[in-house]
Ligand binder design. Structure first.
Ligand code: FES
Length: 163
């Protein structure tokens, strides 16, 4: 990313929140909306512009699970860990995804295809256990289904790469 352009973009965002309370969090939200995550080079520029130590910026980013330090990945897999889903095996689904994709919640696979996250209730508890990939909701998922579900998205990516 060109440093001049980056500085201009970050300054634009920072300026709009400069005099408001809790501005660092709001600025970080805007940055994540724009880039999909909070890149390290953006944090460095932000630290200069707002005159806030870099360590403080990282403290905020890591405290709030909402913020991402890595690019989000092509497909975001949200595993519901709300009460209904948890009781019906949500943790088992999450464990299988961690195992198959070799990532922990909050991380993106090395190939950038999948980002794994936990969520609290997707609003369709009757379908528990539930997971969501992009906008598609999968209900009544069993551990043995996970491989096929993931394979579907991986094949899609391969087909696009060939086309
Ligand atoms: S608890 Fe999972 S959808 Fe509500």
């Amino acid at each position: 990313m060109d440093k001049e352009i980056l500085e201009r973009e970050v300054r634009e965002i920072a300026d709009s929140w400069k005099d408001k309370e809790g501005n660092l969090i709001m600025v970080l939200h805007q940055i994540q909306n724009r880039y999909g995550y909070v890149p390290r080079e953006v944090s460095l520029v932000l630290s200069e512009i707002l005159d806030v130590p870099l360590a403080r910026i990282y403290e905020v980013i890591t405290f709030y699970h909402f913020f991402r330090l890595t690019p989000p990945g092509k497909h975001t897999i949200s595993v519901c860990m709300g009460t209904a889903c948890y009781l019906k095996g949500g943790a088992e689904l999450l464990g299988e995804l961690e195992h198959l994709l070799c990532v922990k919640p909050g991380e993106t696979t090395k190939d950038g295809q999948f980002h794994l996250e936990m969520v609290r209730c997707l609003g369709c508890c009757g379908l528990a256990p539930v997971l969501k990939i992009g906008e598609k909701v999968y209900g009544g998922v069993k551990k043995k289904d996970i491989g096929d579900i993931i394979a579907h998205y991986s094949e899609e990516a391969e087909a696009q790469a060939i086309a």
